[in-house]
Design a protein around this ligand. Sequence first.
Ligand code: GSH
Length: 215
Amino acid sequence: MKPILHNFFRSSASIRVRAALNLKGISYDQVSYVLRENEHHSEAFLALNPQGLVPALQLDSQTVIAQSLAIIDYLDEVYPEPAFLPKTPLDRAWVRSLAYSLACDVHPINNLRVLGYIGTELGADDAQVKAWFQHWVAEAFGPVEAMLSKDARRGQFCYGDTPGYADLSLFAQVTNNRRFEVDMSPYPTIQAIHQACLALPAFVDALPENHPHAT
Ligand SMILES: N[C@@H](CCC(=O)N[C@@H](CS)C(=O)NCC(=O)O)C(=O)O
């Protein structure tokens, strides 16, 4: 069977994985969950992924991988070409450090359930929720911009001229930033890499607006 990606069109962790699958040229089916309607908390989805978060990649009736970075690592191991990671351990660590800054430091605190909690439980209004989102983006984007702008290994993409591990998370986060009107002008290098991604169908097809179940 084709792998099935359980995901949501606007989810940035899902965008990362859709772009990864596309870059590897893997054909997959999709099942969508409307997060605001809590479809990811359904019994059926929790039976597949007890973590109750999208994305999850289902390989067969028994085998489901949760966590976008675990999925991307798996894909890179099983489908080595095109490689997402550089050849040397030090360069791999560099690329991962860029990706983790976005996927592990920004994304979790700007996730739907966190924004929902500060709105509903702590009483933040829409403007405060937006300010929260923008604040945590700036905390990581400033350093990532500085790292990328000075790095000789950067090409059109975070590392060289082919897209890889860090570009997946950069692309997903910049895409998500649009909804919260993040000012991208302080980050010209990140913007240029995002534009380079947008020149490739693998990334364009991963955009929320191009998802077959976008609403
Ligand atoms: N660390 C996880 C994060 C997954 C995650 O938080 N996904 C979000 C969508 S981007 C989600 O399912 N949110 C549901 C919720 O917040 O209730 C990963 O990278 O896969």
